[in-house]
Design a protein around this ligand. Structure first.
Ligand code: AMP
Length: 402
């Protein structure tokens, strides 16, 4: 189905970074991947990884356009550039307008820009990546893949907040959900791995990385998720609080003089594992310190797992049947400890851990880690970049729609 030798470039552009990967159309393993970081700062640099060999080049304070120039030069040096037939871009927020990936044109760019206020930190950076790539490769189709799109199938019962409806109508205040590209990939893989009926299955997927969210998937569609209007709601994350009583913030505004910037900073950057442990935002460090008796790390792990199990239980109520709980993301794929502590709390659903399988299923392995007759517990490594590449290849007409 692949047009001979077509390559897809995937770009995930942040405010000072640009992640990239290059996939042969229809294949899940990249030929090259890498990261340009500290863009616009003195230490700006770009690192490309080809066959496990990394090379880094300084960008001398330059920004995104220079990073893309170097990337295109690397592609040309390997004779890949002329085979690039589509570019796939990650976009954090598509609001209600984008329910699937799209090929970029001027009208689409304007529509995306109109959503900037929903994700003021991420969307403008993502857009910068698209505009820069369009300027350098005007003849190549550019496809945008939205983190929110997969969750557009949520029913109003799951996406509405119990706030005055005018706030939804006039300001778009509702739950959108994020990590949709990862949840979509993992849901498809779970159906394949577990030989489930694509038209009749129920999953809860826990994507646990530096950011984390869990999603209920019914017959391939998202029906509820833990992140909300922004990626702040829901699970405990590396530095993000997840769920907090809004009344606590009103209290802090009244009694501690907190303003919007203070709330933003503390809830997004100083909370989560870091806030509770007063040690680290990194689960490896938390687990290590907890094992040595560090009180803050133990509490951070306890709250993380408690909240996760509670949300998995809540999400299951959106499904007629729970076939499997699936773990993915850096923590979900590697932390047998978090998985064990979480599954032990899901006793009420009849899920039982297979300790040996749990310990063995790390570092990119997928498989079932439960035993007995209850719902399965499963690990499936995510591959968001490939999902973006697949959408780009399909929308550019390089491969048949899956
Ligand atoms: P991600 O954002 O998906 O790259 O995930 C990052 C998170 O995964 C960090 O909190 C890491 O500490 C965590 N992580 C990666 N490897 C391990 C591991 N072996 N054990 C526990 N946590 C891990």
């Amino acid at each position: 189905m692949t047009k001979n030798g077509s390559l897809i470039l995937v770009i995930n552009c942040g405010s000072s970074s640009l992640k990239f990967a290059l996939f042969p159309a229809g294949e899940q393993t990249p030929l090259m991947s890498g990261l340009a970081e500290c863009l616009g700062e003195a230490d700006a640099r770009i690192t490309a990884k080809i066959n496990d060999a990394k090379t880094t080049e300084q960008l001398n304070g330059q920004g995104h356009a220079a990073a893309l120039d170097v990337l295109l030069r690397i592609l040309a040096e390997h004779d890949w550039l002329t085979s690039v037939k589509a570019v796939g871009h990650r976009m954090v927020h598509g609001g209600e307008a984008f329910k699937a990936s799209v090929v970029v044109n001027q009208a689409i760019l304007a529509e995306i820009e109109a959503h900037n206020n929903l994700a003021p930190l991420h969307n403008p950076a993502n857009l910068l990546g698209i505009r820069t790539a369009l300027a350098k490769m005007p003849e190549i189709p550019q496809v945008v893949v939205f983190d929110t799109a997969f969750h557009q199938t949520m029913p109003p019962a799951a996406y509405l907040y119990a706030l005055p409806m005018a706030l939804y109508r006039e300001h778009g205040v509702r739950r959108y959900g994020f990590h949709g590209t990862s949840h979509r990939f993992v849901a498809e893989e779970a159906v394949r791995l577990l030989k489930l009926d694509p038209e009749d299955h129920g999953l809860v997927i826990a994507h646990l990385g530096n950011g984390g969210s869990a999603t209920a998937v019914l017959n391939g569609k998202s029906v509820d998720t833990t992140m909300g209007m922004t990626p702040l709601e829901g699970l405990v994350m590396g530095t993000r609080s997840g769920d907090v009583d809004p009344g606590a913030l009103i209290h802090l505004a009244r009694n501690a003089g907190w303003d919007i910037n203070e709330m933003d900073n503390v809830l997004n950057k100083k909370s989560g594992l870091l806030g509770i442990s007063e040690l680290s935002n990194d689960m490896r460090a938390i687990e290590g310190a907890a094992a040595e008796g560090h009180d803050g790390a133990k509490k951070a792990l306890d709250v993380f797992v408690h909240r996760l199990a509670r949300h998995i239980g809540g999400l299951a109520t959106s499904l007629p049947r729970l076939d499997a709980v699936v773990f993915t993301g850096g923590i979900g794929e590697n932390s047998s400890t978090v998985r064990k502590l979480t599954i032990d709390r899901l006793h009420v659903f009849g899920i039982a851990l297979d300790d040996a399988a749990n310990e063995a299923t790390i570092r990119g392995k997928s498989g079932v880690i439960s035993k007995g007759k209850g719902p399965l517990a499963v690990v499936i490594p995510t591959n968001e970049e490939w999902m973006i590449a697949r959408d780009a290849a399909e929308l550019a007409g390089l491969v048949a729609a899956h």
